[in-house]
Design a protein around this ligand. Sequence first.
Ligand code: PEP
Ligand code: MG
Length: 763
Amino acid sequence: MKPNKREHLSLLYDISELSALVSDSKDIDTFLQKVVRSVASHLNADVGSIYLLDDSTDELVLKATQGLNPTSVDRIRMNIGEGLVGVTMARMEPLCDGAACNNPHFKFFEEAHEEPYTSFLSVPIHRGLEKIGVLVVQHRQPDYFDDADVMALKAIAAQLAGIVANAKLMIGLRQPVKAARPQTLPGDLRFIKGKASAAGFALAPAMTLKDSDPLMADLSDEIFHGSSNAYKRALRATIDQLKQLQEQLVQRLPESAALIFDAHYMILKDPRFDRQILELIRQGSHAATAVRSVARQFIALFAQSANPYIREKSEDIEDLARRILFNLRKEKGEGLSPIDGHIVIASQLYPSDVLKLASEKVAGIILVNGGTTSHVAIMARSLQIPMIICQHSELLQLPANTPTLMDADLGNIYIRPSEQVRRQFVERNRVRVETADEVVRMQAQTFTADGTRVQLLANINLLSELTLAQDLKAEGVGLYRSEFPFIVRSVLPSEEEQRLVYERLFQQMANRPVCVRTLDIGGEKVLPYLKLPQEANPELGLRSIRFLLKHRDVFDQQLRAILRAGAHAGGQLSIMFPMISSLDDFAAARQAVNDAIGELAREKLAHHHQPAIGTMIEMPSVLPIIDELANEADFFAIGTNDFIQYMLAVDRGNENVAGYYQPFHPSILRSLARIAESVNRAGKPLSVCGETAHDPEFLPFLIGIGLRRLSVDPLFLPRVQRTIGMITLDQARNYAQALVVASTLRQIDSIRSQWRASFQSHA
Ligand code: PEP
Ligand code: MG
């Protein structure tokens, strides 16, 4: 007989019953078996089963069953989202189906013998956010389980969660040898969905950074030459290659004018390194062994340093040894380095690593488990290296040279892609090349459908992007993120080094306006060499202008470099401050510019005398003082990326709260309208340079509230021009008006849907 709901609730375990489950079990398997037996009997079910999540493979594994074939224990495995059990774990909610085999998610396991059981009920077992497994009951009779059963099974799962979690932990501990599984898993791995971080495609053999390192791989000495002469030749070749790479990099990335390979040169100059290797060879060591052994000594030495920056440098020694060993090989392959033409899989990368990889002609980068910062992605984008970020650490086990296809437009990774996937890739690449023809169609000026002029400018991170900006007819640079020359180096760039970078920027933009934003570091943009104290809330800490106002030497140097480089700038020079939160901060920053101008005049150094001085609008605190600020600054640029982050108190880089990051939030829309009104009333130039400026649905809103200047990544210029060209001013105004009046996200969604619909019918 089936018990009713009231009986269920009284049938939940009491504490002594729970502890008996554990104490009466001779081992964990028996315990789990007892659990499923008692659950099945509590719910009068034919079957009771428990699946536990194997953390090393992310699979749900059948660990005990009452009613299914006992030999299927440990053999039935499902991914999260796969089968009814996997769906339960993915959704983290109960799943009750009176005719389970008709459910599209149903997955049939022949060995389980579950054909006769039509009714299915499962609940996730979890402890807080920790996913533990899934508890399942089944019954022959269709539509057997009801809401009361769901409640009861949920309550049981909640009660059992703690002890099952411990059992799972113990199982994990007693299975160290099973850790071999990830080794074999990549063999089955065919497709991974990641996050597209830098667009592009790559079809190439993949390698982890470790594979590229013979120091780690402990290859046999046999493949290397062993004599001291061979070592000397390899060393010379390495030095030549480093010089060559450096030169190529400077061409491609003028920001890196200082030595990217400075640590390498430093080590090469240290006589202990070279001499010790030669001494070991003289004593009879093989050259490869000698290089490895001395490199390891140096790594150990660096690892002891209290300075994290020096510790980090041990990677450079590894890199140097890898290059020397590469040149010691008997069989010289293609390319300058083992990375040449490969997709690199890494778990952590610094911006300087991206530079090195670019110099070694890496085909693409897959960053696993995120030790990521957005500037690594920006670097990859600027250097046009496809990059995908994903959470699959098993990729780090992928055998070297596994053929891999990255579709970094969509974030798709195909391991050993089939012929069909390869063909699709070739086809999409063709379309991509065709789209590149848009360059030709780009007009010099941008107008709405009824002729209102909108100025399109480019956001520039690296000077290498200027070419594309020019090809796509950007009318100037609306935002030059000056932090990149600081990020790619290992020491603070000098005034002179900065001046050279800015000079190239101005020269290349010839007579067009350029707006240089002063250093916006802090938060996630960390400069390790500054050795700043760690902050609990870096986004709310000593970021941007706050850092510059506190470290006036760094600020003054940068301002002097900008002003000096601007001496011969043909176009208008604008200097802009990030993260201004008060009139006082703005006044202090402006004073710093005026001080720098005064100082340069006294020193009789050529400089720009009257740059426009403006501010970004990124902080909600400027809203109530916007009218006063509008009178003070010469121009304004709304940084919607940060404005949304601070206005809505949602970390722009945190996936867990990504759902709260709502550009179309009523408070954002109304605030932007208010800012536009105040700044336009004051007759000051206003632009938007955050990501919203290229969103085809946000853009018309911006035009509607009065924006006539947008600054976007160069790649987006054609799309922005096309979108603007399709709307009239009236349409944009009506749309903006409706959005500003709406007070809920739902109302806003419906206005957007209407806009989309009417637009599609117009188009
Ligand atoms: C912004 O905050 O919108 C912006 C353009 O600045 P960044 O993305 O560099 O913080
Ligand atoms: Mg910002």
